[in-house]
Design a protein around this ligand. Structure first.
Ligand code: PBG
Length: 323
């Protein structure tokens, strides 16, 4: 007869009591802030669907990185907006590309801030797809070459971690081989291992100007209905040499974060994507939800599900709140 002997409310009676028995804690060290680097100087162009996020030129990005470091945030994830796009995504693997130059500038000015680079082609192709188009679809094996070249050029520029997000088969192995053959045996790969064809990337595609010009990404990103396949994708990427893995998006896929945590012993990250962020921001702007509490509860749920670190556009305000 548990009740009235057992009364779980006893441990919820005050903030000092709750604080003592709290199971999950957020730490700015486990946040990674995605940044969108654009050409020019002194540019800070607001992304209307993700306020107050903005596209920033390299100089502004570097200044932003100093603030990010001062807040104790774990690192940044860089996305690039190239000067021009083409069929071959040549801006993606150009040693003087936008991301490569940004990495060099950040590493020069803020050397201790962890810089992760997104390795993908969709921001660099004129059609917005993640690789070479052959007969109306992305050709897997031809795209691997671009990815390997991009990752290598990021590592050469000084990236601490490279993070392929394209969902081509075999990309981790292609990238590992290219890095190792060129002396970058110590550059880790964070694989977007289970990345779903999600509607919640909508605002990002405005931010990164990377919406596909025809069709969609369902022939390479995963079907939101598939959990077993997600575990298989993670296992394959680990076999190919991924050091860390990611589940993306985060909140609609908390079950998979938990399952991955229980099955795999590598660091697991989750990406709270643009749509997840913008929904909270929009509801808060309408006065329908409390912004700070929604932000912290969403991040806590992702960590509680088992994520070691979280890619989130809330990194700065959340770190400020935790300070
Ligand atoms: C692709 C990429 C995307 C995101 C991160 N990397 C978009 C896509 O796959 O269409 C989405 C991130 C977000 O929505 O915040 N390079």
């Amino acid at each position: 007869m548990p009740f009235p002997i057992h009364r779980p409310r006893r441990l919820r009676s005050s903030e000092s009591m709750r604080r003592l028995v709290r199971e999950t804690r957020l730490d700015p060290a486990n946040f990674v802030l995605p940044l969108f680097v654009c050409p020019g100087e002194g540019v800070r162009r607001p992304i209307s669907s993700m306020p107050p996020q903005a596209q920033m030129s390299i100089d502004v990005t570097v200044a932003e990185c100093s603030e990010i470091e001062a807040l104790g945030i774990g690192g940044v994830m860089l996305f690039g907006l190239p000067e021009s796009k083409d069929e071959q995504a040549s801006g993606a693997y150009d040693d003087n590309g936008i991301v490569q130059r940004a990495v060099r500038a950040i590493k020069r000015e803020v050397p201790d801030l962890l810089v992760i680079t997104d390795v993908c082609n969709c921001e660099y192709t004129s059609h917005g797809h993640c690789g070479l188009i052959v007969n109306g679809d992305v050709d897997n094996d031809a795209t691997l070459e671009w990815l390997a070249k991009s990752a290598l050029s990021h590592a050469r520029a000084g990236a601490d971690v490279v993070a392929p997000s394209d969902m081509m088969d075999g990309r981790v192995s292609a990238i590992r081989t290219a890095l190792d053959a060129n002396g970058f045996t110590n550059t880790p790969i964070l694989s977007y291992a289970a990345k779903f064809a999600s509607v919640f990337y909508g605002p990002f595609r405005e931010a990164a100007e990377s919406a596909p010009q025809f069709g969609d990404r369902r022939s390479y990103q995963m079907d939101p209905a598939n959990a077993r396949e997600a575990m298989r994708e993670i296992a394959l990427d680990l076999e190919e040499g991924a050091d860390m893995i990611m589940i993306k998006p985060a909140m609609p896929y908390l079950d998979l974060i938990r399952e991955a945590r229980d099955r795999f012993d590598v660091p697991i990250s989750a990406y709270q994507v643009s749509g997840e962020y913008s929904m909270i921001m929009a509801a808060a702007a309408n006065g329908w939800i409390d912004l700070e509490r929604a932000m912290m509860e969403s991040l806590t749920s992702i960590k509680r599900a088992g994520a070691d670190f979280i890619l989130t556009y809330f990194a700065k305000p959340a770190a400020q709140l935790l300070a």
